[in-house]
Design a protein around this ligand. Sequence first.
Ligand code: MG
Length: 339
Amino acid sequence: MKLSFQHLNLPLRHTFTLGNGSSRTHTPITLVQLHYQDHIGYGEAAMPPYLAENHETATVFFQKINTSLFQYPFDFEQIHAYLDHLSSGNTAAKAAVDIALHDLWGKITQQPLWQLLGSKQADLKPTACTIGISEPNELTKKIKEAEAFSFLKIKLGSVNDNALVAAIRKTTDKLLYADVNQGWKDREYALDMSYYLKEQGILLLEQPFEKNNLADLAWLKAKSPIPIIADESCQRLSDIEKMVDCVDGINIKLMKSTGIYEALQLFNKAKKLGLKTLIGCMTETSCATYAALSIAPLADYVDIDGPWMLAEQPFSTPVLKNGICQYSDKPGLGLSLID
Ligand code: MG
């Protein structure tokens, strides 16, 4: 097996601002190709700033990999153990290898990956489209652009949370959930907001506090009228046990879980622990998106809108029907390269 990779800095459709004050116009992505016999498996590392990964760290990690040790692309357990032995971090770079292996699995067996993983189109739920923190007049435009989606995710954590929610509710009565991206510092404010959000018909509240502030998460979970979901606080399988008393559910993302292999274990464990699950994404191309969709029926909520956040990308964007992403019948991930 041979591994090659290419760094891209893809332009975003809109400047992306989060509750923690960060803002960006482009996003770093590394595409991986695994060559095995006559097949090429595609993988992707999408690297938002909080993962502390970038093109340089991805290069260093990929150069450490000795692919001659990978005899078969189906040895997921062995290959993941090897990748974790090379580095304790680099979760997005590891996800790129995992996704490429899964694409190869489908291409070698000539079956769509979602089918190999036992997923069905009929079990896929509508996906949410993220509306970033915006001035009220910009909001109307963004909500209109998200017309094809039946479910919206709003980013909170700026100074005008109430005004933002009120402005959105003036424009749309679609299902909504809210993500604060660690932006709130005051738990009493968070509790007041949770009641306000309930009144406004918001279904879930994601990551209100800094990721290590589990005490305030647990306090809020005990009092909030809407479910609290952990995203940045819960990244890998080793994080999930400590989530039980702090939150009602977790957001599983391939770029945090090192890919599909460990994401499947997270879904199993979450079910056993009685935690709700979301499947989420980063700002990413259709490569990582099709990978996440292949296991998305396992989640209670789907939040996969990465390709729609990009102004351009190398692959075709999945088709949406009634707000639901449609599986491709092609072998593997089902990607089509745009010429
Ligand atoms: Mg989030």
